[in-house]
Ligand binder design. Structure first.
Ligand code: C2E
Ligand code: MG
Ligand code: MG
Length: 398
């Protein structure tokens, strides 16, 4: 899609700035443009339109109905496909509003700091297509219970692997196993579309078993090619409620000739919330048997530091939400620094998730993070493609 096909509405109370936005849109060849001087007028116009705009460019700071309230109405009544925020306000506040809009289910293209320029406007509008892409993927959201169950039973759910590289020397030392549903028609379905279905149906433990078993088998195959890697496997929260889980996982890895010390089980903070006492008992026993334990998506859950300090974790994974854009965003950097500091004091290894750029790599390296995982190194790939993928990777200069 070129920008000329986009339908854009500008909502801005300030006359000069509104005209400026219209002029810049014209320069970018955007033909279908509407304008409104306040939230109420914009809502009235939107309700009368036959075709909703693709993007509403909204000023946050307006008298009367502010941009935050306006976005709430747009989302609830589905009056536009997406929004982009325009503001001279603190980037941290813009971030909050973006998160809010996404939680409402709106497609958020991003925010533009005032003053508007042609480059900034173009950059944010060009994201429209990327967000379309994400939504296309979301169309698979209604996976049926029967399909998911059959996929698991029929061996269609397999691990793909994403490398983890040490910041110190760039060497790939481990991989995370990520579930993929390989449909017979060749279609690959990502876990967000089926894991919750399996978990709801009481198949969480079966998924973890299936992933752990296949991942161990792959580890042994790579070892045959002289590639030694640690394995990280995600564990569903309910698995931690089964007192027999630790013995069971030990049995699985042993059956494959894998040492538990070479396996890291990733648990999310929220999985500790269900029944902490039971969960702690299982985690303690896993640790006793030598498994590594990782806190996944650190910083996104609501557990207290006191709770976390009681779990015998060996590794902390910094969530990609903090990593992405951290070199430009002091608040994200502050969260990363605090997380790394905590990890150092608790003697945990640290993995930064979602490292996509050289700048992010350099920043995390300079802050003393142990390992990186992310598209900069490689996307998750099937087991047979992993060795070649690792060969291609070159660490950035420090
Ligand atoms: P996670 O464990 O936090 O895994 C990291 C996710 O980030 C993966 O998404 C990975 O593909 C993605 N990712 C990695 N590097 C980058 C990057 O540079 N940029 C971006 N934007 N994304 C990156 P994926 O594979 O879709 O998995 C999503 C989540 O599904 C996982 O988050 C995990 O919570 C869950 N999951 C995946 N496999 C399993 C499994 O076998 N069992 C359970 N219980 N959960 C799983
Ligand atoms: Mg994980
Ligand atoms: Mg994660």
């Amino acid at each position: 899609m070129t920008l000329s096909a986009l339908r854009v509405m500008v909502v801005e109370d300030h006359g000069f700035q509104r005209r400026m936005a219209l002029r810049l849109l014209a320069e970018l060849d955007v033909e279908h443009v509407q304008e409104a001087a306040d939230g109420n007028a914009a809502l009235t116009m939107l309700e009368q339109l036959l075709q909703p705009p693709d993007v509403v460019l909204v000023d946050l700071d307006m008298p009367g109905m502010d941009g935050i309230e306006f976005i709430g109405h747009v989302a609830q009544r589905r009056l536009a496909r997406g929004v982009a925020l325009v503001s001279a306000l603190d980037p941290a506040l813009l971030n909050t509003v973006q998160t809010m809009a996404r939680a409402y289910g709106l497609r958020v293209l991003g925010s533009v700091e005032k003053p508007l320029t042609s480059d900034k406007l173009q950059a944010v509008l060009l994201r429209y297509e990327d967000t379309l892409h994400v939504d296309a993927d979301d169309d698979e959201a209604d996976v049926s219970v029967e399909d998911a169950r059959a996929a698991l039973a029929g061996g269609e759910i397999v691990p793909w692997f994403q490398p983890q590289a040490e910041f110190g020397n760039g060497k790939v030392v481990g991989v995370e196993a990520l579930a993929r549903w390989q449909r017979p028609d060749g279609h690959i379905v990502r876990p967000l579309h089926f894991i919750h279905v399996l978990e709801r149906e009481g198949l969480a433990a079966a998924l973890t078993d299936c992933m752990l078993e296949q991942a161990c088998a792959w580890k042994r195959r790579w070892e045959g090619d002289d590639l030694r890697l640690k394995l990280s496997v995600n564990v569903s929260p309910t698995t931690l409620q089964d007192p027999a889980a630790a013995d069971h996982y030990q049995q699985i890895v042993r059956d494959h000739g894998v040492d538990p010390a070479d396996v890291v089980l990733e648990v999310t903070e929220s999985s500790l919330m269900t029944d902490p006492a039971r969960g702690l008992a299982v985690l303690a026993r896993l640790r006793l048997k030598g498994f590594g334990l990782s806190i996944d998506d650190f910083g996104t859950g609501y557990s207290s530091l006191a709770q976390l300090s009681q779990v015998p974790f060996t590794e902390l994974k910094i969530d990609q939400g903090f990593v992405s854009g951290a070199p430009q965003q002091p608040r994200k950097r502050a969260v990363i620094e605090a997380s790394l500091d905590l990890a150092r004091k608790l003697q945990l290894d640290t993995v930064a998730e979602g490292v996509e750029t050289v700048e992010e790599w350099q920043m995390l390296a300079s802050l003393g993070c142990t390992m990186a995982q992310g598209y900069l190194i490689a996307q998750p790939v099937p087991g047979e493609e992993l060795p070649a993928m690792i060969d291609r990777w070159r660490r950035p200069e420090h």
